[in-house]
Ligand binder design. Structure first.
Ligand code: GLC
Length: 527
């Protein structure tokens, strides 16, 4: 057992595996744990430090696995517990850590606890309430589900239960000590199996305001919202995270907790990563920023300042399984891809830890034209358009026809566009100018360069519409101005997201391009 603290998580690059869509080993068209296991060498070669795997537990899949019916087993479509143990072991041998996804805010409606509650036993593990109106025919309060519609569903005997997400995802009652005890056991189960930490789903949702008061207005929560609500970001959640931190710390090997938390202000978000709470929180403010120099600079500064308040590392994320892929968000087509490549170099040069969502290293766009009848996301139809399936299309690995090596059969649970033949791992691995090669190069440089990862940055003045900063003798510039810019500085190029030029006074950066270079000046000045 090692006792040396590496604080590995402070600058880790963590790759998000959306299990249904990463790699399919058994040919049923759905990704699985053996599929992930077979592709671990790919992740090791890519150069990431850890993978976060979205829920693979027993689930009726009303929300792609975020509706858990048995927290201590693997869904048969994803494999077995033995596969999970094998995957963790193989990952460790390759130097990769494994983060599991724990879903404590709600269970599946098929969870034995909820089935019992429906029958009237131990209802207090969930949030059942009588309705309002003369016959209790109205929901107990005005709360809305994140997926749209009322957050309450009525059961046969007339009571209502709370579900902040789909009706198949009843919210647990965290005031009940049995719920707390059960989750400590669940965490122990996976820690004993060797996971290196947890991404905590809806970490801001477990505790609700006393008396479940009305919000008073509509529409309310969006999945990635910022409002103050009686069902999100209540002070009581912190006590739970503190107790989980103690549990994590009682295991060897620096196991971590990562909050999927939304809070109305930066300071409230920072509370989740105080020294005695979780290690990291996702930086959704960065993810939702536009491709705009001023906006990005503001959010970068705010993120660094807030993290500093509590001594936590900043994190950066551009995409995940809940949002439109950033190639498309940044404008789509060639422009979107150019910006996405520049955004990758910006993100990987910033201080702290970064999250890479599967397929972004290939420059995959959102699939916008999936046939209506194949869509599965419970969020669709909630006013959010077609939902989140378009960022969950199975990865293209090789070959020239769908499903592009996703699995050994012709099947894939969502169809891939024909055009992805040029975006397969095999095609991109063979091309030094591909997005995959860019990510590999960036991650290799990031790992080797002493100035990158944890630490701070120093802004320098660049032309309008650019972001330029140094970290020791390393420098990064991004041109968001829409015009070529002359940086007026020169140095030794480390990596560029697109072709760059030089004139007599130094680098000339085309629009939507990022550059890493070595300044030759360890004091941090760009010239
Ligand atoms: C989180 C997940 C999302 C899921 C929701 C409900 O936000 O990222 O995919 O739908 O929680 O569990």
């Amino acid at each position: 057992m090692t006792t040396t603290l590496t604080r590995w998580w402070r600058d880790a690059v963590i790759y998000q595996v959306y299990v249904r869509s990463f790699a399919d080993a058994n040919g049923d068209g759905v990704g699985d744990l053996p599929g992930i296991r077979s592709r671990l060498p790919y992740l090791a070669e890519l150069g990431v430090d850890a993978l976060w795997i979205t829920p693979f537990y027993t689930s009726p899949m009303a929300d792609g696995g975020y509706d858990v019916a048995d927290y201590r087993d693997v869904d048969p479509s994803f494999g077995t517990l033995q596969d999970a143990a094998g995957l963790i072991g193989d990952a460790h041998r390759l130097g990769l850590r494994v983060i599991a996804d724990v879903v404590p805010n709600h269970t599946s409606d098929r969870h034995p606890w909820f089935q019992k509650a429906l029958g009237g036993t131990d209802r207090d593990r969930y949030l059942f309430r009588p309705g309002r109106g003369a016959d209790g025919e109205l929901p107990p309060n005005d709360w809305e589900s994140v997926f749209g519609g009322p957050a309450w569903t009525r059961v046969e005997d007339g009571e209502w239960y709370l579900h902040l997400f789909a009706k198949e995802q009843p919210d647990l009652n965290w005031d009940n000590p049995a719920v707390r005890a059960e989750f400590e056991e669940i965490l122990r189960f996976w820690l004993d199996l060797g996971v290196d930490g947890f991404r905590i789903d809806v970490a801001h949702g477990m505790v609700k305001a006393e008396g479940l008061p009305d919000v008073g207005y509509t529409p309310q929560a969006k999945l990635l919202g910022r409002a103050e609500l009686p069902y999100f970001d209540q002070d009581g959640v912190h006590e739970i995270h503190r107790s989980w931190r103690r549990l994590l710390d009682s295991y060897p090997g620096e196991r971590i907790g990562v909050a999927e938390a939304w809070a109305p202000t930066e300071a409230r978000l920072a509370a989740y990563v105080r020294p005695d709470e979780l290690h990291q929180a996702f930086n959704f403010h960065y993810l939702t920023s536009a491709w705009d120099a001023e906006e990005l600079r503001t959010v970068i500064d705010e993120s660094l300042e807030t993290a500093d308040l509590v001594g936590a590392p900043t994190t950066w994320v551009l995409s995940n399984h809940d949002v439109q892929r950033h190639v498309t968000r940044y404008g789509g087509g060639e422009t979107g891809l150019r910006r996405a490549r520049a955004a990758a170099l910006l993100m990987l040069a910033l201080p702290g830890s970064a999250y890479v969502y599967q397929g972004e290293e290939l420059g995959l766009p959102e699939v916008l034209d999936l046939p209506e009848e194949l869509l599965q996301d419970p969020q669709r139809g909630s006013g959010e358009g077609r939902g989140r399936d378009g960022c969950r299309v199975p990865l293209p690995w090789s070959g020239s026809e769908p499903p592009f090596g996703f699995g050994p059969s012709e099947l894939s649970w969502l169809p891939q566009p024909e055009g992805w033949r040029d975006l397969t791992v095999a095609a991109e691995a063979a091309d030094p100018a591909s997005t995959l090669s860019l990510y590999r190069d960036a991650l290799r440089i990031r790992r080797a360069h002493p100035a990158l990862g944890d630490g701070d940055l120093h802004w320098t003045t660049g032309p309008d519409g650019t972001l330029v900063f140094t970290r020791g003798d390393f420098a990064c510039a991004v041109n968001l101005s829409g015009e070529p810019v002359n940086l007026g500085v020169d140095g030794e190029v480390l990596l560029a997201s697109g072709p760059i030029q030089r004139d007599g006074s130094g680098f000339v950066l085309p629009p939507d391009t990022a550059l890493w270079w070595q300044t030759g000046n360890p004091s941090g000045e760009a010239q």
